[in-house]
Write a protein that binds this ligand. Structure first.
Ligand code: NDP
Length: 248
């Protein structure tokens, strides 16, 4: 698909990688539209780059349906959706320290499931519905993670990212008949605010030494993968790994 002139919706694009995708796609002539939860970030994006956005919590079914209806009425159906909104909520599954045994908190588990799994499902479902209804041959791109293989302290996050990969394959198989593709990108550790939250010592001594490339990835390198998936019409139902050769 040619990127120029295409409607691309990016979730969680008010900052981080999603913002980078929006900026880069705009440079390629696309018409990006960002949804996120913090109005100030959307306002800053609009004033810095001219890219429009709206507040949307991707976990709210009614709001997601309404957003995609309204968006399509105004702009036509999306040609591409980048399901990028995601959060972490790390903890050990069951941890014994002295006599104290701590369990992974249910609420912490469910919060990540809601955003990273339910949110991806809802946005993809509505995007596919509008594409099919309006006979648009589009693509759904899900942002997975290297942690999908199962990562220490990330029971919830790893579970959602591996589920995202499975949904990607399922949707590619189901939606191909309508000319709608689905692909995923599994980034390694990328130089973002999410990674900046990791303790510096852990990052320098434990994480970076495990990356054969010897460094964090850059957001622009994941943006290149988004561009590739949109442009390559034979890329379907696969997960693109962009991780500097790291394996978890
Ligand atoms: P950020 O936290 O910088 O950006 C994520 C954005 O999603 C934030 O703006 C956040 O809002 C928003 N968001 C959170 N919850 C919701 C919601 N319910 N509805 C809508 N938007 C929401 O993350 P990154 O840019 O680092 O990561 C982007 C994606 O890439 C995620 O899916 C992440 O799992 C994945 N990823 C990241 C890696 C990394 O190294 N950073 C590695 C592998 C994968 P708020 O500002 O309130 O937080």
């Amino acid at each position: 698909m040619d990127i120029a002139g295409k409607n691309v919706i990016i979730t969680g694009g008010g900052r981080g990688m999603g913002k980078q995708f929006a900026v880069d796609l705009k440079e390629l002539g696309a018409k990006p539209f960002v949804v996120d939860v913090i109005q100030e970030n959307l306002d800053a994006l609009k004033s810095e780059t001219g890219i429009p956005g709206a507040v949307l919590d991707v976990t709210n079914e009614e709001a997601v349906e309404k957003f995609f209806e309204d968006y399509t009425a105004e702009n036509g159906a999306p040609h591409a959706l980048v399901n990028n909104a995601g959060i972490t909520g790390d903890a050990l599954f069951v941890r014994k320290k002295g006599d104290d045994i701590k369990k992974f908190a249910y609420d912490k588990f469910m919060k990540v499931i809601q955003v990273n799994l339910v949110g991806v499902f809802l946005c993809a479902r509505e995007a596919a519905y509008q594409m099919i209804k309006n006979d648009v041959k589009g693509v759904i791109i899900n942002i997975s993670s290297i942690s999908r293989a199962g990562n220490l302290g990330q029971t919830n996050y790893s579970a959602t990212k591996s589920a995202v990969d499975a949904m990607t394959v399922t949707w590619a198989k189901e939606l191909a008949r309508y000319g709608v593709r689905a692909g995923a990108i599994a980034p390694g550790y990328i130089n973002t605010e999410m990674v900046a939250k990791i303790d510096k010592e852990v990052l320098d001594k434990k994480i970076i030494p495990q990356i054969p490339a010897g460094r964090l990835g850059e957001m622009s390198e994941i943006s290149e993968a988004v561009k590739f998936i949109i442009q390559n019409d034979f890329f379907n139902g696969r997960v693109l790994e962009v991780d500097g050769a790291q394996r978890i």
